[in-house]
Design a protein. Structure first.
Length: 171
């Protein structure tokens, strides 16, 4: 199904499958299995990266960490602006503009539930453009879930962290 949509041939699909199972598989190993030269494998990988089919990501496997993860569904009139407000938040993982009852989904990870509650209470519940909010804590993951996790102290310093200090951002 995805092969056709992404315009992949069998060799591209094998390269992706092998690198997903073991990202350290060498191009020589792939070439031997596919009966291609190493430069041909390299060219295919480069093409897959350029088209966005393959992307290298360094992150934390949230399935293996003992961190609470919040999925927050929101109805708002300012989806893109609300996502931008969290760009410097060290707890923000990702945001999705969605269809359905809620039009925005935000993912956050923190060291404890109190911090997640602070984000919701001090940044979202009192936000003038937020109409409705539903917060769910992720209990478990079906598969590995790798996301960049902020360990950058400069990013933490750039966030006003009202949610930690207990002061409201909006009044």
């Amino acid at each position: 199904m995805f092969k056709e949509k992404l315009n992949l041939d069998d060799r591209d699909a094998i390269i992706i499958q092998k690198l997903q199972k073991n990202p350290f598989t060498s191009q020589d190993e792939l070439g031997k299995e596919l009966k291609l030269s190493q430069p041909s494998v390299s060219a295919r990988i480069r093409k897959l990266k350029e088209t966005g089919v393959m992307h290298h990501l360094i992150g934390a496997n949230l399935k293996k960490l003992d961190l609470p993860i919040a999925k927050i569904d929101i109805s708002t009139t300012e989806t893109e602006n609300l996502i931008k407000e969290f760009q410097n938040c060290p707890f923000f993982l990702n945001g999705f503009i969605t269809s359905g009852k809620h039009n925005l989904c935000l993912l956050f990870a923190a060291k404890d539930l109190k911090t997640l509650e602070g984000i919701v209470n001090y940044h979202l519940r009192c936000h003038p453009k937020v109409k409705e909010i539903e917060m769910n804590i992720v209990i478990s993951f079906a598969k590995d879930f790798v996301m960049p996790l902020s360990v950058d102290s400069e990013k933490e310093a750039s966030c006003d962290q009202h949610c930690i200090k207990g002061t409201r951002k909006y009044y």
